[in-house]
Design a protein around this ligand. Structure first.
Ligand code: PGA
Length: 248
């Protein structure tokens, strides 16, 4: 595992975007697994800039996304579909035909079949990840077991509290569709980006010596053969990288 510590989140985002651009240069029809939340926004800004400047060609790139709130329509302003269109896909000229994301308002069993069939037929070339304060990746919340495929998850109180700000004046949904940890681990390359001291505890379970446990889902990245983690200095305060971490 590679660890790249930057002065700022903006700097981490530039480097992470550079790694994604490299992936697309190597494979024009790459399947990118993308993420939502505050953390990846500047990564998308960098990728859109690269697109506008003609430095990266998104014309054959395909995108899949980690998760979606259950019950939300795609055009709901709080949906992750809406987030992805607004923050990246529209500006990168990626149409729905090249974008796969759980449909929040679909019949759950049929939707899970659709998503798991897609995952079985397509290997993600590069999966971009953020991490929750509680160590979740996608919406894989702390649990007794790691889930393999797409499933529906009950959001924890902590996650609902962290994300309530995105639902002004309304209640945040209690459940979500999410890609499983197995799907994430099958990606050829994983790029995780995180910043700030509120994520230190979660990253300690990846970067320091200690058990891999579904109680802190992000810890499983210790087992990924091609994972790069971009963090800022503030997050790293108090973390001593364990053996097997290549600090760049
Ligand atoms: P954030 O969310 O980027 O908004 O902190 C990350 C996550 O919950 O995975």
């Amino acid at each position: 595992m590679k660890l790249i510590v930057s002065e700022s989140h903006g700097q981490s985002a530039k480097l992470a975007a550079g790694q994604i651009e490299q992936c697309i240069q190597n494979k024009k029809d790459a399947l990118l697994g993308l993420a939502t939340g505050e953390t990846p926004v500047p990564v998308y800004e960098q990728l859109v800039l690269a697109h506008k400047q003609g430095r990266v060609d998104f014309s054959r790139v395909r995108v899949t996304n980690l998760d979606e709130y259950q019950g939300l329509e795609q055009d709901d302003p709080c949906s992750y579909y809406h987030f992805m269109r607004g923050n990246f896909l529209d500006a990168a000229d990626i149409p729905d035909g090249r974008f796969t994301i759980p449909k929040g308002n679909a019949e759950p069993a049929a939707e899970l079949r659709r998503l798991n069939a897609f995952a079985a037929a397509n290997v993600t070339d590069l999966q971009l990840l953020g991490v929750g304060v509680n160590g979740h990746v996608g919406f894989n919340e702390p649990a007794d077991v790691f889930q393999d495929g797409y499933h529906i998850v009950e959001l924890t109180g902590e996650t609902k509290q962290s994300n309530a700000c995105y639902f002004p004046g309304r209640e945040i949904p209690g459940k979500a569709f999410t890609m499983g940890v197995g799907n994430i681990m099958r990606a050829r390359e994983v790029v995780l980006i995180a910043f700030g001291e509120k994520k230190t505890s979660a990253l300690r379970h990846v970067l320091e010596q200690g058990p891999v446990t579904p109680r802190v889902p992000v810890s499983i990245l210790k087992f990924h053969p091609n994972c790069t983690i971009y963090v800022d200095k503030a997050l790293m305060r108090g973390i001593t990288p364990g053996p097997g971490i290549e600090v760049l």
